[in-house]
Design a protein around this ligand. Sequence first.
Ligand code: ATP
Length: 236
Amino acid sequence: MKSTVHTVTAVGAAALSLESVSRRYGGRGSAVLDAVSCVVPAGSFTAVVGPSGSGKSTFLQCAAGLDRPTSGTVRIGGTDLGALSEAALTRLRRDRVGFVFQSHALNLVPSLSIEENVVLPLVLAGADPASDDVLDRGRELLTRVGLAGRGPDGPSTLSGGQQQRVAVARALVTEPDVVFADEPTASLDPGSAALVLALLRDAVRIDGRTVVMVTHDPSAADWADTVLTMDGGRLR
Ligand SMILES: Nc1ncnc2c1ncn2[C@@H]1O[C@H](COP(=O)(O)OP(=O)(O)OP(=O)(O)O)[C@@H](O)[C@H]1O
């Protein structure tokens, strides 16, 4: 089937591209993602919207290397994810991708302090948690998200909105090629949601990061530069 290539308008190389990506479950079933192609340039904020069941989460999972498409090619920063072993894909997700999930309860590790959560991707990549670089980076990001001084506390001492801001800090800590956010404001009140969305927008505008966010919420999509609409597994 012919597919349209959706190019998000922005300057810069592709941070993410999908080329005729399809995902089917159970072999004979219909395509949950149906020959989806798009190019997301570096330094852009893209929202993916669409009705329930249209394939938004599947799009995000395939684009982020959390799921392997049945066919087609996904590239992050020019790397073809399909060519990577499971171990290499895991490293790419750790080092070059940031994630913010829907539920703040699932985003943070409760047994770690707030600052340990923020720098976790660096430590998993082999950095010394006690090094000045790591400690400074953790403090810098906590200041950025308005939680300076809260680093030694546990995540459970924070509100849901504050926990999502920590999740954004952690998603940015490796300076990833792409930050993927799946309904990051779904469980938040409007004020807390706006704070989280402003952090994502500033990561794009100030730091040149690339954000791809799935959302049901039209007011959340308003924060993005570009809105991609999914319908029946295809981009409209
Ligand atoms: N693991 C799976 N096995 C079989 N079908 C699946 C699986 N995951 C998703 N689907 C189906 O794929 C379709 C798209 O699901 P997906 O979660 O991507 O949609 P969505 O647009 O994110 O929906 P929502 O907005 O409700 O979260 C749905 O019909 C769903 O039932």
